[in-house]
Design a binder for this molecule. Structure first.
Ligand code: KG4
Ligand code: ZN
Length: 358
C-alpha cells in the first residue's frame, strides 16, 4: 500500500493561532488528526477589530503550545511527518513571520520539506478535506479580508473572475455589527440577531448589482446601514436592520453567483455538472448557504461547503494545501519569505482605489 503523507500545518496570518496534523486518505480526501485553533477574540474585542501588534504578540506567546497540542492530539511526532506547511501570506506581516519561521525551523530540525502556503489557497482547497472534488470548479471565497469568484482550474492555477472593489463580505458583516453594537466578531452575531428581526423592514442599496459582471461593492451598503442606524429607536428595529442587511448581502450574492456560474461555463465551455465551492469564514452563514444551494441547483452546479470548523481560519487547510503541493512536486523556491499581499491569480486586475472604472 502506498504511504499516506502526513503534514503539520501552521496558520498565523491574522487573529487565529492554529496548528493541525493532517494525513491524506487514499480516496483524495483528508484525515484531520488534530485541528487546534486558539482565537484571539478576547484580546481584540474591546477594540472592535484586529490590532496587529496585539495579534503578533499573542501568536508568539501561544504558537509553541498550540503546535505541541496539535502533535500530541494527533499522536504523531516530528519523525512521523513528511512535511511542514505554514501560511506565508496574505496577512499581517509580523503575524505571518511567527508561524512561518517556526514552521521553517521545525522542518529544518526534522529534515522535512517545508512549504510556504498562500492562505487563500488553503481556503480554496479546504472543501476537498471532506469531499472528493475534481478540477475545474467554481470557487466563491468569502472571508474577513477577501471576496472573490475564482475558477480553480487545477492546483496552482486560478483565474479570478470577480472580486470586491471595496469591502470584503466578512468586513461588511463586521463593520455593520460594530455600527449596530452587536458585538465582535460581527458575522456570527449578525446571523444570530437577524433571526430576531424582519428582513423586509429596511430597503438597503445593492451597489453595482446590474453591472460589472460578478464584481461586488459593499461599502455603500454599510454606509446606508450607518445612516439608518441613527434613526432607530428600539432593540427590535436594530434586529430588523441586521436582518435587512443580511438579506441584502444574500440577494447580492445570489445575483452575482448566477453571473459567475454563467461566466464559468462560457469561459470553459462546460455544460456538465461541476462543483461550486464556497469557502472562508462567511461560508458558515446558514442563510447564505441555503441561498447558494438553491442557485446551484438552478444552474446545474453541485454546491460544496466545508464543515464549519474548516470555514474560518484553521491550519488543517494549510497542511492539506502542503500535502497537495508535495504530491505535485510544487516545492518552495529558495529563501521563500512572507508576503502581505499575495493574490491567487497574479494576472487579475487590482480593483480597489480611486479612479476605478467599471
Ligand atoms: O476566513 P476567516 O475566518 O478569516 C479571514 O481570512 O478573514 O473569516 C472571518 C470572517 C469575519 O469577517 C467574520 O465576521 C465572518 O468571517 N463570519 C461570518 C460568520 N461567521 C464568521 N459572516 C457571516 N455569518 C457568519 N455566521
Ligand atoms: Zn481566512
Amino acid at each position: 500500500m502506498k504511504k499516506k503523507l502526513t503534514f503539520l500545518g501552521i496558520e498565523t496570518s491574522c487573529d487565529e493561532t492554529a496548528a493541525a496534523v493532517v494525513q491524506e486518505n487514499q480516496d483524495g480526501t483528508a484525515n484531520v488528526l488534530s485541528n487546534i485553533v486558539s482565537s484571539q477574540i478576547k484580546q481584540h474585542e474591546r477594540f472592535g477589530g484586529v490590532v496587529p501588534e496585539i495579534a503578533a504578540r499573542a501568536h508568539v506567546e501561544n504558537i509553541d503550545f498550540i503546535i505541541q497540542s496539535a502533535l500530541e492530539t494527533s499522536k504523531k511526532n516530528i519523525n512521523n511527518l513528511d512535511g511542514v506547511a505554514a501560511t506565508a501570506g496574505p496577512g499581517l506581516v509580523v503575524c505571518l513571520h511567527v508561524g512561518h519561521n517556526i514552521g521553517k525551523s521545525i522542518a529544518a530540525f526534522g529534515k522535512k520539506k517545508f512549504f510556504s502556503i498562500n492562505h487563500l489557497e488553503g481556503h480554496a482547497l479546504s472543501p476537498s478535506i471532506e469531499n472528493k472534488i475534481t478540477f475545474p470548479y467554481l470557487l466563491l471565497l468569502i472571508s474577513g479580508g477577501h471576496s472573490q469568484y475564482l475558477i480553480v482550474k487545477d492546483l496552482n492555477n486560478y483565474k479570478q473572475i470577480g472580486t470586491t472593489i471595496d469591502d470584503a463580505v466578512g468586513e461588511a458583516f463586521d463593520k455593520t455589527a460594530k455600527i449596530l453594537d452587536l458585538g465582535y466578531p460581527g458575522g456570527a452575531n449578525i446571523e444570530k440577531f437577524a433571526k430576531l428581526g424582519k428582513k423586509n423592514s429596511f430597503d438597503l442599496p445593492r451597489p453595482i448589482i446590474n453591472r460589472a459582471g460578478c464584481n461586488l461593492s459593499l461599502a455603500g451598503l454599510k454606509t446606508d446601514v450607518l445612516r439608518k442606524s441613527k434613526h432607530i429607536n428600539s432593540i427590535q428595529e436594530k434586529y430588523n436592520l441586521a436582518a435587512s442587511f443580511q438579506d441584502t448581502i444574500n440577494e447580492i450574492l445570489k445575483k452575482k453567483t448566477e453571473i459567475a456560474m454563467k461566466e464559468f461555463r462560457s469561459k470553459l465551455k462546460i455544460s456538465s455538472t461541476k462543483a461550486f465551492v464556497v469557502a472562508g469564514g462567511v461560508a458558515a452563514n446558514e442563510t447564505i448557504r441555503e441561498t447558494l444551494k438553491e442557485v446551484s441547483k438552478k444552474n446545474n452546479f453541485k454546491p460544496i461547503f466545508p464543515s464549519k470548523e474548516f470555514c474560518g481560519d484553521n491550519a488543517a487547510m494549510i497542511a492539506w494545501a502542503g500535502i497537495q503541493r508535495y504530491k505535485k512536486k510544487l516545492f518552495n523556491k529558495k529563501n521563500e519569505t512572507v508576503k502581505p499581499r499575495w493574490p491567487l491569480d497574479n494576472k487579475a486586475p487590482f480593483l480597489k482605489g480611486p479612479g476605478l472604472k467599471l
